[in-house]
Design a protein around this ligand. Structure first.
Ligand SMILES: *[C@@H]1O[C@H](CO)[C@@H](O)[C@H](O)[C@H]1NC(C)=O
Ligand SMILES: *[C@@H]1O[C@H](CO)[C@@H](O)[C@H](O)[C@H]1NC(C)=O
Ligand SMILES: *[C@@H]1O[C@H](CO)[C@@H](O)[C@H](O)[C@H]1NC(C)=O
Ligand SMILES: *[C@@H]1O[C@H](CO)[C@@H](O)[C@H](O)[C@H]1NC(C)=O
Ligand SMILES: *[C@@H]1O[C@H](CO)[C@@H](O)[C@H](O)[C@H]1NC(C)=O
Length: 305
């Protein structure tokens, strides 16, 4: 990673998805930079040793596990299977799920993993007669999995599939041709019928006025209006719509952290303009400013973590 040396020093980095933030978050400490993410759910990012200057408004993917366990307990499902893509975000989610299953005396009968092609993994699930299956993969892999589910007839009332809830609407019937899937829309729909998803709360539920002067509802109206003006007919379709309230909170967090740091530095006759990538003192102030505040009155459900 190189930064332009003649440009003004960046004070903080705002990041999106887990893949990007894992790399940036691990390197940022070398430049005394705080990273704030609004779109990363990887549980691995909670590791303070590896990511000492990382913060996020997005909840960790492990928040779904207690819900999954509760559903399993409700229906007395005591033997479950896991199908996962071999990506760090899913691997660390599964590690957490395994611990929780053990505590709840739910047996994990098999854990199948794949890189890009789930054919063998799904076949193994069938061979082991898995019925309750927690699936953890990105959406394009999810389509491949679903097509395999169809081919092996692992759907219908004898099967329960838990999928990730943040895929876009109708994810199972789009991109079929460009991704070379050998299943029709109808087959995909059939295989997807009745699957369960869990989603984190992204919107603040109490509609109180936030620090921005808007309520969460006001923000939603403004966001939808802005999308309509930009030609999005179906407002909930653009990628990233779900994370929008968390991104809004993240930007506010940056503003509040900068404000607080500037005031603290004024007290000691210093200025934030003095920051460069070797300035540990100002970096520490920026870190503390992020650490000290949780997003006050956020539009998202987030607290800075
Ligand atoms: C789960 O098991 C308990 C105890 O065996 C039983 O009382 C309950 O009705 C079961 N629930 C379901 C949904 O089958
Ligand atoms: C696609 O599916 C058809 C019918 O289900 C099958 O005959 C064909 O071999 C499949 N092609 C590939 C590439 O899997
Ligand atoms: C918007 O969504 C509706 C219903 O889901 C669909 O019929 C319509 O084609 C969509 N419009 C666009 C522009 O994607
Ligand atoms: C920080 O925010 C407070 C409250 O809005 C404001 O009065 C103050 O001037 C801000 N500080 C700086 C350095 O901008
Ligand atoms: C603050 O710094 C300026 C410039 O470095 C200096 O002139 C001034 O005396 C300092 N004030 C205090 C209170 O230390």
């Amino acid at each position: 990673m190189t930064f332009c040396t003649t440009c003004p020093s960046k004070l903080m980095l705002l990041g999106g998805c887990s893949t990007v933030c894992t790399t940036i978050g691990e390197a940022a400490k070398m430049w005394n930079l705080v990273v704030l993410s609004y779109g990363s759910s990887s549980p691995a990012l909670s590791d303070r040793q590896r990511f000492p200057t990382f913060f996020r408004t997005h909840p960790s993917a492990t928040v779904h596990n207690p819900t999954r366990i509760r559903v399993m307990q409700k229906y007395n499902w005591s033997r479950v299977a896991i199908l996962q893509q071999a990506e760090e975000v899913f691997i660390s989610t599964v590690e957490d799920l395994e611990v929780r299953c053990k505590d709840a005396k739910i047996e994990i009968v098999t854990r199948q993993s794949f890189l890009t092609d789930p054919t063998d993994a799904v076949r193994n699930l069938k061979r082991q007669d898995a019925r309750i299956i927690v699936g953890l993969f990105y959406v394009n892999a999810a389509r491949r999995v679903l097509c395999e589910i169809y081919k092996h007839q692992l759907f219908g009332k004898s099967y329960v599939w838990f999928f990730i809830g943040w895929y876009e609407d109708n994810w199972f019937e789009s991109h079929l041709e460009e991704e070379n899937l050998n299943c029709t829309k109808e087959q995909m729909k059939m295989a997807a019928e009745g699957h369960m998803t869990t989603e984190a709360l992204m919107w603040n539920k109490d509609n109180e006025k936030t620090i921005s002067g808007m309520t969460a509802g006001d923000f939603r109206v403004r966001l939808n209006q802005a999308l309509m003006e930009r030609g999005f007919e179906n407002r909930s379709t653009p990628v990233g719509y779900q994370e929008a309230p968390l991104a809004y909170d993240a930007v506010w967090s940056v503003a509040l952290a900068l404000n607080k740091t500037m005031e603290r530095l004024t007290d000691v006759n210093k200025s934030i303009e003095e920051f460069d990538y070797s300035n540990k003192e100002i970096a520490d102030e920026l870190y503390k400013a992020n650490e000290r505040h949780s997003v006050p009155g956020s539009v998202g459900s987030s607290c800075l973590q």
